[in-house]
Design a binder for this molecule. Structure first.
Ligand SMILES: [Zn+2]
Length: 414
């Protein structure tokens, strides 16, 4: 950047505002948190609603589905139940993969239903790659609830395993071998899912159990989360080492799977801790406490070349509210202007390119900060106008301002 004036004036290096380039360790947590929030809002396939909960499939699930289908149809079934034709294997693989998906959904739903029963709102379940890592939008307030929620998943997997085993044994009497094979596989995979999730490392259910017990014993959620996520990282590392060893001994695919799962878990264990720390920092803070109260605004009839020269360059902000006679008309930001050719910048005005005022770009002053952040991410905007119920604008809140707030709070509280 090389522009010392800007850095002094706004107190935050441009690299951090952009969220790229080399970031000092201290800022990493904040950025990781933002990234998680963005990921949480990136969507996926919305499937259906169960008990008021929207079930969404993360895009990564498609890859997993194809991998499971492929390894069942061309590996597992032909190996364990030889003598069938290819078509049969693929149909069996498809049925098994679908039921495997429903097994994971049942696992996640049992977490959610216990959570709802404890008074926690669960608007959506997003199914990620593995059963244990779908996100709930709120966390338990006390260790006992956390423990119950965490245990519900593995217990439901074991219950499903029993159910599928029952189906298998019933079918076996009637000797329809391929269906026996499918349910045999399903009962084993559910046992495996239950056991895998009980490994005591965050973000797996076992890690949550560990965290709940530690939290219960010490009373410190922060410390408990640190222990559980360290255990999680250790376990992830062990998986990766095991994967490496497998590759050396000739099992390439199996080894890659282990490394892949290990890397994924490590990432979640790391970000899970950061996320908790940040959520705690934001808790109980309202928009009006951190908003910019006196905002530089622009007139709607201002030509764009003046806007760029007198406002964007001069103040270094990325957006300004558009105000006429005390009334807010909208927001004009860099993204509204950047594609307008230079020749048109003299003749066109702010009013023509601005984002007109709507619920999308405004927020009431008493809104919790976490909600403001979620809204900015959801609407893909960097700022919100803080508007009272009588339509009067009282300030503005920006993503960068939020980052600064979090950083200052972190420094002060150590
Ligand atoms: Zn689980």
């Amino acid at each position: 950047m090389g522009n010392g004036f800007r850095n002094i004036r706004y107190g935050y290096p441009q690299e951090i505002q952009d969220g790229k380039a080399k970031t000092p360790f201290k800022e990493k947590g904040v950025l990781a948190f933002l990234k998680i929030m963005e990921k949480e809002n990136r969507g996926g396939f919305k499937l259906f609603k169960i008990a008021g909960i929207q079930i969404t499939l993360d895009y990564s699930w498609l890859i997993i589905f194809v991998l499971v289908l492929w390894s069942l149809s061309s590996g597992y079934f032909p190996h364990h139940y030889p003598g069938q034709d290819i078509q049969t294997y693929w149909i069996a693989g498809f049925i098994a993969a679908i039921l495997f998906f429903f097994s994971i959904l049942a696992h996640e739903l049992s977490h959610s239903l216990v959570a709802i029963h404890s008074g926690i709102k669960i608007p959506e379940i997003t199914l990620f790659i593995f059963g244990g890592v779908s996100r709930l939008s709120e966390e338990a307030d006390d260790p006992k609830t956390e423990l119950k929620i965490a245990l519900a998943g593995p217990l439901s997997s074991f219950a499903l395993a029993l159910l599928f085993l029952g189906v298998k044994l019933t079918l076996e009497e009637k000797q329809s071998s391929m269906f026996v094979a499918i349910f045999d596989y399903l009962s084993w995979i559910n046992i495996a899912l239950g056991i895998f999730n009980l490994i005591p490392g965050f973000p797996l259910d076992g890690g949550r159990v560990l965290r709940a017990l530690w939290w219960w014993k010490t009373g410190s959620l922060k410390q408990a989360t640190k222990v559980a996520s360290d255990m999680g990282k250790g376990f992830a590392l062990a998986l990766m080492v095991l994967g490496g060893l497998q590759i050396f001994t000739g099992s390439l695919i199996g080894g890659l799977w282990f490394i892949f799962i290990g890397m994924f878990l490590r990432g979640v264990a790391e970000s899970g801790y950061q996320e908790m720390v940040m959520k705690q920092a934001l808790e109980g803070v309202q928009v009006q406490e951190v908003m910019i109260p006196e905002v530089v605004s622009v007139q709607p009839n201002l030509p764009l070349n003046r806007l760029i020269k007198d406002y964007f360059f001069r103040y270094g902000y990325r957006g300004f509210p558009v105000i006429q006679e005390g009334a807010v008309l909208g927001v004009v930001s860099l993204s509204n202007v950047k594609d307008i050719p230079e020749t048109e910048q003299q003749t066109r005005t702010v009013a023509e390119v601005m984002t007109p005022i709507s619920d999308k770009i405004t927020i009431p002053p008493e809104t919790p900060l976490t909600e403001a952040l979620q809204k900015m991410i959801r609407e893909e905007i960097g700022r919100l106008l803080v508007v009272q119920s009588n339509q009067k604008m009282v300030g503005m809140i920006t993503k960068n301002g939020l980052l600064r707030f979090l950083e200052i709070k972190r420094i002060l509280e150590g």
